[in-house]
Structures are given as structure tokens and as C-alpha cells.
Design a protein around this ligand. Structure first.
Ligand SMILES: Cc1cc2nc3c(=O)[nH]c(=O)nc-3n(C[C@H](O)[C@H](O)[C@H](O)COP(=O)(O)OP(=O)(O)OC[C@H]3O[C@@H](n4cnc5c(N)ncnc54)[C@H](O)[C@@H]3O)c2cc1C
Length: 376
């Protein structure tokens, strides 16, 4: 097997590493403290072509593939999860159904500006009573001859207060299975509700969204009536691979800080990194980080080469997110009280990375999915 990154992948990794070191790292704490969406950085990332990396050139993307995309996403998450998480949403779930099913008007007015970072697309699937079990959603869209009429309540919608449009998972009154609809955020009857205060990724705002008799034109159905779940399955593997990349990014930041601290913090007359117990922690963290990365690259390679990857993507998301949480926890222990102090970023990595345990599907559900691959 060839494990070498190609020139394009290396160039993309270096571009995003530089961008993160120069522009993201210096403001990451402020983004978290102010709980403010970093709109300007988001637009700059659009200009770097990030949102179009997984789409072909003829659709306005750059077609650089998932491996290159993951290298960039790891860097963004190393800088700020509050920035990386909404960027990931925009480039996959916020735009995929518009790319796949949007007509010319939808592509021109929503999809293409979103790829450039000029418009923001949110995804509304989760409801107060339907999280892992999306078959339990109650949002209902009535189908008329010349329009649709949507009513329902969504929650946890990333970027909702500043989104320009949403892809909404809804039942229809003429089919037992749900479908996806495009809903512009400025349409009458769309109400963005309260922001959900949360432990981590605090610069990425998540909110409730209500749809109250929202009238939609016929071309705003994304795919077929009843075809929503099938559409979701198409991108499930990528959602998981990308969530693994987010986890690895945060873990990399925590690991780098912990190594630096172990070299410079002196106790009992020597740097704490000279003590065997600290060395063992660093070695264990390094093993977890390295194995997660290799699994990520392998699974991204499967994706770029259109090979089956349902099981592998579930495994890498589960493994990388669990390892990343352990790495951030161990980094916090190496810094001890300073890892607990707000002025050091370790506490932020530790808070932010928890979201990867349930974002992209909870790890409990992933275990069920993995066991299913073995006929259980
Ligand atoms: C920061 C953040 C951003 C988000 N952004 C979005 C977004 O943009 N759009 C959107 O639609 N949603 C979003 N979500 C919601 C997220 O996708 C859901 O929270 C997630 O799917 C889990 O649903 P839940 O929290 O309702 O948990 P539940 O499904 O209620 O699960 C609760 C617990 O029960 C377990 N469980 C459930 N079913 C089973 C089973 N069959 N067997 C064993 N255990 C089970 C789960 O693993 C979990 O431990 C976001 C969430 C967060 C935290």
C-alpha cells in the first residue's frame, strides 16, 4: 500500500496549518469566551475553497477528495472546534442535498454561494423527541398540487441564527417515510428559537427552529418523497469520517500542549517529562493519536476510491472520538491545576471534544451498527 500523501494533499495540509497557526489559534479562546460565531474566519475558509473540496469541479467545487478534506479539517479543529464544526456542517450536511437534487435555481441561489462561504446552510433533523431515532420525527409537510406546507419543531440546529437556508428532514402526508426539503431562513413562518447554552463548541451556535405553516415551492423538495432516509445513509460514512477528523484535531492540540508543558514544567528539580509516569502518559497518548490518524487516512482513502466503508467509518469515528477524549483528559492531568485554569486552552479542548462522542451518531449506536456488520 502507498501511505504517502500526494503533492496536492500536502499543499492543502500546509495551507490550512499556516492559516490556523496565524489566524485561528490567536483568537480561539476569545471565540469560546464570547460565544460568538467567527463569521469572518468562516468566510475566509470559504475563499480557501474548503466548502467545495468534496464536490466536483463541474458543480463549483474543487474535487480534491475526502483525504485532502480531512487533512484540512484536522487542522481547523486543532485551532478551534467552534470554527471547525460549523465548517464541517456547511460542507456536507448543509449542502449535500442541494448538490444532489437542487435544480438550477437552487444551485445558483443557495448551493454555489454556500460553497464560496457567502451563504450558510444549516441541517434540521433532530427534534425534541427524536435524536438517534430519526424515524420518530413529527415535523409534517403537506403536499399540494402547486406547493408544500411545513409545520414542525427542530432543535440543536448548528448555525441556525445566522443560516440563510436549512435542509429540513420532514414527514409528508402522502408517504410513510420522510424526505428532505430546502427552507430559506427568511421565509414567513420560520422562527429561530432560543440558543442552547452548552459546555463546549460555544462559538458554534446551536438553536431551536420552528416551522409554522411555511409555504414552499415545488422545486424545494430535495430528492424524492419518502427518500430522505436513503439520502442520509449515502452520507453517513462521510459524517463519521469527518467527525473522527474533528476529534483528531482537538486531540492533536491537547497532545502538542501537553508535550510542551512536560518539557518545561520543573518539579523536584527536573522537567516533569523526565518522570516515568508522565513519559508513559505521553507515549500512550501518542499511540492513540497515531492509530486514530492511520485509521482516518485509511478510511478516507476507501472513500476517495469509492470502496465500501460503512463498518470502517463507524469504527474510526468510535475509536478516534474515545481516544481523543482520553488524550484531552490525560493532557489536562499533565497540566494539573493549570489544565483546569481558563487561561490555558486544555480545558477548552477537553470541553469541545466531548461533542464528538455523540455528534455524527452516538458511540452506543455506532457499536450497534458495528456489531450488525457481523450479523448481530
Ligand atoms: C454541538 C452539537 C451540534 C449539533 N448539531 C446538529 C445539527 O446541526 N442538526 C441536527 O439535526 N442535530 C444536531 N445535533 C444533535 C445530534 O445529532 C443529536 O444530539 C444526536 O443525534 C443524539 O441525539 P440525542 O441527543 O437526542 O440522544 P438520544 O438519541 O436521546 O440518546 C440518549 C442516549 O441513549 C442512547 N441510545 C439511544 N438509542 C439507543 C439504542 N437503540 N441502543 C442503545 N443506546 C441507545 C444514546 O446512545 C445516548 O447515550 C447537534 C448536537 C450537538 C451536541
Amino acid at each position: 500500500m502507498n501511505f504517502e500523501l500526494n503533492d496536492v494533499q500536502i499543499a492543502i495540509q500546509e495551507t490550512f496549518r499556516k492559516f490556523v497557526n496565524e489566524k485561528v489559534k490567536p483568537v480561539a479562546a476569545e471565540i469560546d469566551e464570547k460565544k460568538e460565531f467567527p463569521a469572518k474566519l468562516f468566510q475566509e475558509i470559504g475563499k480557501l475553497g474548503f466548502f467545495g473540496m468534496r464536490y466536483p469541479e463541474e458543480a463549483g467545487g474543487t474535487g480534491t477528495g475526502i483525504t485532502a478534506y480531512c487533512l484540512a479539517l484536522v487542522e481547523l479543529a486543532r485551532g478551534s472546534m467552534s470554527l471547525a464544526a460549523p465548517c464541517m456542517m456547511q460542507s456536507l450536511m448543509g449542502t449535500y442535498f442541494l448538490y444532489r437534487d437542487g435544480d438550477e435555481e437552487v444551485r445558483k441561489n443557495f448551493f454555489e454561494p454556500a460553497l464560496r462561504g457567502e451563504k450558510i446552510g444549516g441541517i434540521c433533523m433532530t427534534e425534541p423527541n427524536a435524536g438517534s431515532d430519526l424515524s420518530g420525527i413529527t415535523t409534517m409537510t403537506k403536499v399540494y398540487d402547486d406547493h408544500f406546507l411545513m409545520n414542525g419543531q427542530k432543535t440543536w440546529a448548528t448555525s441556525a441564527p445566522y443560516a440563510d437556508f436549512f435542509s429540513v428532514f420532514s414527514r409528508t402526508d402522502n408517504h410513510e417515510k420522510p424526505a428532505f426539503f430546502l427552507v430559506p431562513a427568511d421565509y414567513e413562518g420560520v422562527h429561530v428559537g432560543k440558543n442552547i447554552e452548552k459546555l463546549g463548541v460555544r462559538g458554534s451556535i446551536t438553536s431551536e427552529v420552528a416551522f409554522d405553516d411555511v409555504k414552499l415551492p415545488k422545486n424545494y423538495i430535495l430528492g424524492e418523497i419518502g427518500g430522505g432516509m436513503r439520502g442520509l445513509v449515502e452520507i453517513l460514512a462521510e459524517i463519521r469520517i469527518m467527525t473522527a477528523a474533528l476529534a483528531i484535531g482537538a486531540a492533536t492540540a491537547a497532545f502538542e500542549d501537553a508535550v510542551e508543558y512536560a518539557k518545561t514544567r520543573v518539579q523536584f528539580g527536573k522537567p516533569i517529562g523526565k518522570f516515568q509516569l508522565i513519559k508513559a502518559k505521553i507515549a500512550d497518548m501518542s499511540v492513540m493519536l497515531e492509530t486514530s490518524k492511520q485509521m482516518l487516512y485509511y478510511t478516507a482513502w476507501l472513500s476517495d476510491n469509492n470502496k465500501p466503508r460503512q463498518k470502517e467509518s463507524a469504527i474510526v469515528k468510535l475509536y478516534a472520538s474515545e481516544c481523543a477524549n482520553t488524550i484531552c483528559d490525560e493532557a489536562s492531568r499533565i497540566l494539573a491545576s493549570y489544565g483546569y485554569a481558563s487561561e490555558y486552552p486544555i480545558q477548552r479542548y477537553w470541553r469541545d471534544v466531548r461533542f464528538t462522542l455523540f455528534g455524527g451518531g452516538t458511540n452506543e449506536i455506532l457499536k450497534i451498527n458495528i456489531a450488525r456488520e457481523f450479523g448481530l
